[in-house]
Design a protein around this ligand. Sequence first.
Ligand code: NAG
Ligand code: NAG
Ligand code: NAG
Length: 838
Amino acid sequence: QRHIRVVLTNGVAGVGKTFSVQKFTLDWAEGSENQDVSLLVLLSFRELNLIRDEQYSLLTLLHVFHPTLQKVTAEKLAVCKVLFIFDGLDESRLSLDFINRKVVSDVTQKSSVNELLTNLIQGNLLPSALVWITSRPAAANQIPPSCVDRVTEVRGFTDPQKEEYFRRRSSDEELSNRTISHIKTSRSLHIMCGVPVFCWITATVLEHMLTTEQRGELPKTMTDLYSHFLLVQTKRKKNKYHEGHETSPQELTEADREVLLKLGRLAFEHLEKGNIMFYQEDLEQCGLDVTEALVYSGLCTEIFKRESVIFQKTVYCFVHLSVQEFLAAVYIFHCFTNRNTQVLKDFLEDTMEKSLQSKNGHLDLFVRFLHGLSLESNQRLLGGLLGQTENSPEIIQRVINNLKRMDTYDISPDRSINIFHCLMEMNDHSVHQEIQEFLKSENRSEQRLSGIQCSALAYMLQMSEEVLDELDLKKYRASTKGKQRLIPADFSDLPKVSYDSLIIAYFICIHRLSGCELSVIHCNTIAAALKSNPSHLRQLDLSDNYLENLGVEVVSAGLESPHCRLETLRLDNCELTPSSCSSLASALKSNPSHLRDLDLSHNKLQDSGVKELCGFLQSPDCRLETLRLKNCSLSEISCSSLVSALKSNPSHLRKLDLSENDLQDSGVKDLCGFLQSPDCRLETLRLSKCSVTHERCVCLASVLKSGSSHLRELDLSRNKLKDLGVRKLCFGLNSTNCRLETLGLVHCHLSLIDGLSSKKQRLRGCGLSEISCSSLVSALKSNPSHLRELDLSRNDLKDSDLKPLLDLVEDPDYRLQTVRSVSGVSPCCFHQYCPKHS
Ligand SMILES: *[C@@H]1O[C@H](CO)[C@@H](O)[C@H](O)[C@H]1NC(C)=O
Ligand SMILES: *[C@@H]1O[C@H](CO)[C@@H](O)[C@H](O)[C@H]1NC(C)=O
Ligand SMILES: *[C@@H]1O[C@H](CO)[C@@H](O)[C@H](O)[C@H]1NC(C)=O
C-alpha cells in the first residue's frame, strides 16, 4: 500500500544475487523489461570500496563509474526515473553511518561515498530515485529497517532444480544419474546443493572422480569433498600448464603447497574479519606475488579469481566463500601441526568455542572443516599440506567426547547444530543413532534429551525426507533451551544451507509449537514455511507464546501467501491486540479458502479486532468451520458484527465459542436471530460466562424448537440463568424438533435465590432445589431421543433432585448417557445411581 522506494534483497553466498541484478540490468538495457525506468545505475560495493576515502558528488560519482553518463546533468537527473542498484553490501568496506550523518540533498554537493549512500537510501538525496541493495543476510542489518520498504530473498535451487542443474551440465546421462544418486545418499551434500555454486563444486569433484577410474569411496562429508576439490583443481591446472605431465592428484608439488598455504593465510586472516574481497595489498601482505606465482600456478582461475579491474585496481576473491573457509582451515591446521604447542583436543576446543560466540556463524563451516581435517583419511588425501599430526584413535575419541559434552547452554540453536555437524565430519554417528532410536522408541516422553541430542534431533527433523505427522514440543523432555534448539533460529544466518528445503522439511512436521518462547525470528521462519512452494504446513499452533504485534505481522505475511494452505491456526493466549488482529484478518481475507479452524481465545481483541475479522468471515470464499473467541474482551457489539458477517456467508461455520465475553442479553438476541436463519449450520455454540440471563432463554428455546436449527451442543454454563431460565429453556428442549445432544448448565445459579451465600450452602450440605431438575426431567421425557450429555455441576443440587435425571440415564428409552454434577452430590451417591457412567 505504500510507495516502494528502497528494496533490500537477501541471499546466502553464491545463491545468485549478483546474477539476478545483472539479468535485471540486461533485460532493461535490451529494452525488454522495466522500461518505465529511464536510467539504471549498477554499482557494486566492491568497486565503491576503492574510492571510500575520496570525495565525490553523486553526479560525478555517476560520471566516474559510468563515463557514458557524462551528458546526464543534475536537471535531467531530477526529472527522470532513476534506479540505483548497489550490489553486495556484505562486501562493503565503507562504514555506513545512519546516525551521525551529514544531510546531503544536492546531487552536485561533494561528500564522502558513505554520506552519499546514506543520504540516498534515506531519501534526502534525490528522493525520487529508487534504490535496490543486495546483501548476504548477516550484513543486511547495516541498513536500518525503517529505511527499507521491502525485503526480498533469493532462495537458490529447489530439489527438482538441483537435478536439472546436473542433467543440463553434462550430456552424459549416466554420469548425471550417478552424480544425482550419490548426492541423494548424502543429506548434507544434498542440502548444500540448494546454493548453485555448491552444485558446481560438487559436480566438479564427482564428475572428475566418476570419469577417471578413481579408486576409493566418493566423498560424503564436506571435508572429504573439499579436499578432493582442491586436488582436482590443482590437477586441472597442471594439465593446463604442463601438458603431458599427468601426475596423480595425490601429489602436490612443493610450489603448489607454498601457494596454497599463502592463500590459506589470506583466507584465514580475512575470514576472521568477515572479508571476502581482497585487493593487491592484501595479497602482498600474505606473501602472494600477484604477477607471477598466482598466474603461474593457475590456481588463480580455479579456486581464486581475479574479478574486475577498475581505477587500475584488481579485485580478488575465492570462487566461493566455502573455499575460503576450507583453505583457512587447512592453513590453521598446518600452523597447529608445525608449532605443536597445543594438544589437538585443546586446539579444536578453543577454536570451537570461538566459533560458538559468533552471532552470524561466520566460523561455522571453518570449524567443521577443522574437525574433519583431524581425521587421518582426510590428512592422507591432502598429503604434505597439513604436516604431521599425532592422531591416535584415543585422541580422536577424546575430541569427540569433548564435542558431545560441550556446554551449549547459552548459544544459539544454529551454532549448537554446528557441533553436531562437526561430529558428522569426524564420522561419529553415535548421537545420530541415539536419536534414531529415540524416534523409534515408545517411551519418548519419558526420556530426557541432552543439549547435543536436541541439536541432533533438530538437524534430523530439518533433514528428514519423511513428513512427520507431528512435532509437539510439549511431548519432549528437555530444558527450555534444549526445546528452543528444535526450532531453528534463523536459517538465513546459515550461509551454506539451502533455506528452502530446510524449512519445508522441518516445518512440515510442526503441528504444535506451543508452550515455548517464540521470538520474531522464529516467526520469520514460520512465515517462510507458510510461503514456501509447496507449503506443507496444515496446522500451526502457536498458543501460549508471546507473539505481540510484530510476531503476528510476520506470521500474517506468511498467511497471505497464495501458497499457504494452512487449515488450522491456533493463537490462543498470544498477547494479540486489536491491531494485530487487523493484520491477521487482512492476511486471511486475501487467502481465505483454506482455513477451517481458527482459535484466537484469550487475547484482548476487543470489538474493534473482531470487526476486522468479520471482513474475512464474510468473504464469499471463507470456509471457516470453527471459530474460537473465548475471553477476548468482547461486548454485544462483536455479536452483532459477527452475526451480520455470518449472515452474509452462513453455511460453513459449525462451531462458535464466545465464552467468557460480556455479551449480555442483546448479544445473545442477535445470535438467536442468526441461529434461526435457514442457512445457518451452526452445531456447537458456547456461551459460558457471557452474562446471559433468564430473559434470553426464551429466544434460545425458540431456536431449539425451530425445525431448522442444527444445534447439537449448547453451553450456557456460568450464566445466572436460575431456575426460571432453565424452565424457559425447557420449552425448547421438550420440542420434538430439538436435536440438542449436549447441554452445559454448570454453575447457573439453579435453584438458588440470589444472594444466598456459599456459607449457607455448606450449612445445608447438598443445596436446595428440585425445580430445575424436574423441569429438565419433564422436558426430556417429552423429547427423549437426542440429549446425551447434561452438565449440572456446581449448582446447588441435592442427590434427590438428581435422582429422576439419573433414572433417565439408566432407562434404555432415553439417549441421555451422562449427567455431571460435581458439587452437591457426593461421589458415592452418584456412583450408586449411575455406575456405568461414573
Ligand atoms: C537416468 O535416470 C533417468 C530418470 O531416473 C532414467 O529415465 C534414465 O533412463 C537414466 N539414464 C541412464 C543412462 O541411466
Ligand atoms: C525407554 O525404552 C527403552 C527401550 O525402548 C529403554 O531402554 C529405556 O530405559 C526406557 N527409558 C525410560 C526412561 O523408561
Ligand atoms: C482472559 O484473557 C486474559 C488475557 O487477555 C488473561 O489474562 C485472563 O487470565 C483470561 N481469563 C481467564 C478466565 O482465562
